[in-house]
Design a protein around this ligand. Structure first.
Ligand code: ADP
Ligand code: MG
Length: 644
């Protein structure tokens, strides 16, 4: 085994975590729980890293809790829930744009990768996610006291090709080699070591911050297979928070006559207080809420668990339909499920646990922290790939493709090649032919989805197979092969068997980034943001200096120059030299300082020039004839106001 540590990462919509499976104490933390599988905490000792990226006033990148705090004060300089935008196009995210304050670049062309506005620049979703990954990488590196370069990252089981690809890209941009993408429910099952049971059926119920999903896994001879997935991408703990806030707002209006909605600060305080109460009510029977309101008023309320349960019952109920649909897709009854695993912070709510237990008629697994279990499982998988322990060495993990994959056949119909819920890695081959006499090329249009017509499916990629010798229609024999690799990424090849002509692509999904784009992003990443900024400031300050020097040149040739005293002229000369010296250096601060000094010293010159110009204008001359010999520019450039 090498020294290279492979970490497991849960890149969540709301929270992200990094975990490791290994033996023995670590360098940095000789007495830390360095055995088995564990979460690596951040510098603040906290395991969960909120999936929020923000810029502070100096354009430094903030990630996690610091970013979440910044989100409250300057939401326009923060991005959260970016996972919702990964690998998606403008037309895919209209719903998300209505629900979340994403600021997208306006000039997006159809098919182009999304870009999110942040602090005067735009970033693709993988670049934002990379920032979160980089923070987790740093946390791990601090923990181990050495570089961490490889990771296993989890993705929702329903993530399509483009979303998986975007997640891999994010890893690369963050400087991580992504050894494997693992489905979140598979990771959770691994964390519980359910593979050791050899055979059985597992339901994974994942209720997080903003999403709900349920997966049915089959375990055959110690091998996992995801057989069905379902869920609701707009249902999660946030909905519970919003409901509690809405109720409190009504309460406050009725009892205290205050319309809290008019005070964003108070709404934020109310939100924090309600979330705190919600969390407390998962372990206590009652929670006291106290929030200071404007107009000197105070909101005080005792919420019992019973009240909470009554309010949120409809939300919890909405998770049960997808569970039933997943079971029916898998051809199973609830009773046939052997193990139920709870994942996601919102499954800490006792009502959720009771409902799930009732539906499956089985006590769910809750021994591990539900918001950590996915990361722990990712670490187990990382350990397997690192060639880790004997215990895990021979394990192979299989997942399922959630949507059918195929190509567009003549007449715009969909020809499915790999059916949904197929175990991956998967490959399948179908044969096609030409529809026209003497046709020498065919266009392969790769589709994803369940619909019969190509136009109703998602277009993944197009490529041409050219150079087919002219033959009567129907004679060429075109073999199309689909392969979904272990990461869930699709490779498609087409071969005309009579001529041997072939063409292939690794599906570069629509809204995916090209390798070159990813490379550029690595170079041009946030890590460079500081250097970029310094560079820009240097250029800007040099430009400004050029302007003032040009203006000074003009000033010297103006009659006003001679009106300055000798010592004043000497002072200006000296400061000009100092500025030129600063410009040849790389420090924009010193350039700015010299500009300021020169501005200061030339204020009187500017005033004299101004007076002269105004004077001649009064005498009926045109401004630009008098004020400057060489050009119409106003005399302001050496004036202080211009540069202050
Ligand atoms: P995601 O997988 O979406 O990134 P998590 O699994 O970390 O998110 O879940 C986050 C959600 O869990 C938040 O809505 C948070 O308020 C909620 N949550 C965390 N702890 C508790 C608790 N003790 N009781 C109720 N909800 C909780
Ligand atoms: Mg999650």
């Amino acid at each position: 085994m090498t020294d290279d540590k492979v970490v497991g990462i849960d890149l969540g919509t709301t929270n992200s975590l990094v975990a490791y499976m290994g033996t023995g104490p670590t360098l940095a933390h000789p007495d830390a729980p360095g055995k088995g599988v564990f979460i690596i905490p951040g510098e603040d000792g906290v395991n969960l890293v909120p999936s929020v990226v923000a810029l502070d006033a100096e354009n430094h990148v903030l990630v996690g809790n610091a970013a979440r705090t910044a989100l409250l004060t300057s939401p326009e300089r923060a991005v959260y829930s970016v996972k919702r935008l990964m690998g998606r196009g403008v037309e895919d995210v209209q719903e998300e744009l209505k629900l979340f304050p994403f600021q997208l670049a306006e000039d997006l062309a159809p098919g182009e990768v999304l870009r999110i506005k942040l602090g005067g620049r735009t970033y693709t979703p993988p670049e934002i996610s990379a920032q979160i990954l980089r923070q987790l990488k740093r946390n791990a590196e601090r923990f181990f006291g050495g570089a961490v370069k490889q990771a296993v990252i989890t993705v929702p089981a329903y993530f399509n090709d483009a979303q998986r690809q975007a997640t891999k890209d994010a890893g690369r941009i963050a400087g991580l080699e992504v050894l494997r993408l693992v489905n979140e429910p598979t990771a959770a099952s691994l964390a519980y070591g359910l593979d050791r049971k050899q055979n059985g059926t597992i339901a994974v119920y994942d209720f997080g911050g903003g999403t709900f999903d349920v997966s049915i896994l089959k375990l055959k001879d110690g091998i996992f297979e995801v057989v069905a997935t379902n869920g609701d991408t707009h249902l999660g703990g946030d909905d519970i928070d919003n409901l509690l806030i809405a109720v409190a707002v009504d309460d406050i209006r009725g009892d205290l006559g205050v319309d809290v909605r008019r005070y964003p600060d108070a709404v934020q305080r109310l939100r924090s207080a309600m979330i705190e109460a919600k969390i407390a009510l998962s372990s206590s029977e009652a929670a006291d809420v106290e929030v200071e309101l404007p107009e000197g008023k105070l909101y005080q309320r005792r919420i019992t668990r019973e009240m909470l349960e009554q309010m949120i019952a409809p939300i919890v109920e909405r998770t049960l339909g997808p569970c039933r649909r997943a079971l029916s897709d898998a051809g199973l009854t609830a009773q046939q499920v052997d193990e139920v695993v709870l994942v996601g912070g919102s499954t800490r709510i006792p009502l959720v646990r009771r409902e799930v237990e009732a539906l499956f008629a089985r006590k769910p697994h809750t021994e591990l922290n539900p918001d950590e279990v996915v990361a722990l499982g990712a670490a187990v998988q990382a350990n397997i790939l690192a060639g880790g322990s004997d215990e895990t060495k021979d394990m192979l993990l299989l997942d399922v493709t959630p949507l059918s994959l195929g190509i567009e056949a003549l007449g715009g119909v969909t020809a499915k090649i790999i059916h949904r819920n197929s175990t991956i890695p998967a490959s399948a081959t179908e044969h096609f032919t030409t529809g026209v006499e003497g046709q020498v090329s065919v266009a392969i249009h790769v589709l994803q989805g369940e619909r019969e017509l190509a136009k109703d499916c998602r277009s993944l990629a197009r490529f041409d197979l050219k150079g087919i010798p002219p033959m009567p229609a129907g004679l060429p024999r075109i073999e199309v092969r689909f392969l979904i690799d272990a990461n869930g990424i699709l490779h498609v090849s087409a071969r005309e068997q009579r001529s041997g002509k072939e063409a292939e692509i690794q599906v570069q999904p629509s809204y995916g980034l090209t390798d070159e784009q990813v490379e550029n992003m690595i170079l041009d990443s946030f890590d460079n943001a500081e250097a970029d900024l310094a560079e820009r400031q240097l250029i800007e300050s040099r430009n400004e200096a050029e302007t003032i020097l040009t203006a000074l040149g003009k000033g010297r040739r103006n009659a006003a120059w001679k009106m300055l005293g000798f010592s004043e002229q000497r002072k200006v000369d000296e400061l000009e030299q100092r500025l030129r010296l600063a410009m040849s250096g790389g420090d924009h601060h010193s350039i700015r300082r010299s500009i300021d000094e020169l501005n200061q010293a030339t204020t009187r010159l500017a005033e004299l020039m101004m007076d002269a110009a105004v004077g001649s204008a009064l005498h009926g001359k045109k401004m630009d004839e008098t004020e400057m010999e060489d050009g119409p520019s106003a005399p302001h450039p050496i004036g202080k106001a211009e540069f202050s």
